[in-house]
Design a protein. Sequence first.
Length: 384
Amino acid sequence: MGEPTALRAKRGNDSVVQASQSDHFSERGVIGSSIAVREAEKQYGSFRAVDRISLDIEPGEFITLLGPSGSGKTTLLNLLAGFQSLDGGEILVDGKPVHNVPTHKRGFGMVFQSYALFPNMTVTQNVAFPMRMAGVDRETTERRVAETLEIMRLSDHARKSPSEMSGGQQQRVAIARAIVMRPKVVLMDEPLSALDRRLRESIQIEIRDLHQTIGSTILFVTHDQGEALTMSDRIAVLDAGKIVQIGRPLEIYRHPTNRFVASFVGESNLIDAEIMQKRGTTMTLKNRAGYVFNAESRDAIDVGRATVLVRPERILVSNEPTATSAPVRVTSAIFLGEILRIEAQMEGGDALLIRCTDTASRPLPAVGDRLHVSWGAEDCWVLS
């Protein structure tokens, strides 16, 4: 995708940077810009990569575009950055249209999956480069770079070259370079996908803390639902060029609107059941095996059949039957340290995935063992 926006800014040519320079170098973190996407469209031949998407982002919000490959999330980010042009609709930043503003004049910070660092420069020189290109004085540059390296825990690496650093450290340098100008908007395109799991989790926390420190509006693109749940104020789930659900992480995880969101965000059990009764927001249902249970619902439908989401960690397991349990047969059991991952089958054929905390009193079940499972109304959700 090329160099980050800040690296392409020309001295004296970036009106956005110059107009807000007093904000950039204040002692407090800036409050980010509002972003409004209105009926945005992008089409490649007959393929609609972005299909009439509308999205409002509040100043200083951390919002994640989450979806599988081909869902339109990176294309939407590219439209916001100015790397691609709209085929329809408009994009407004702080109420002003930007779709005709060149990329280098939008004043956005950019972080990519590839680090795009200058190999012949030290960490300090890489981070300082955008400020030097913007014509910022030496004293202010040195102070701001030092502050940014401290924020990103890079002060001890200031004199190193990129080749002397790990992948995680290089990515933190790339983030430091993107935020050194304290941009009002930071766009991040899958910046952690090349890192190993433990390092990814560590930098997720650093990015979240960074957002709270500098106050920029952050738009983060990922296909990793764990990243989205960990860092975001809100998550926009995309599929086939459309936003299929947007909400806070807890809402997306506990109350998905449809099967796609339920399956894509976290592990899930989707159970087909007959609606027997509805009282307020609680439904009574019966699955194919005849197991009767309650579930929460906002759906207006109160007759017929429904698909019910039960998260694996919300299923209670016992060795003996209870008044509210159903029997299952174990088909697989894996010890994952603090978690037991059990696959089982109900008598009517429904497969269940169960995740439960390992305890000294709970032996790992064997294939073919009979267990008993149950869940309450607050543990499952009727999909629309």
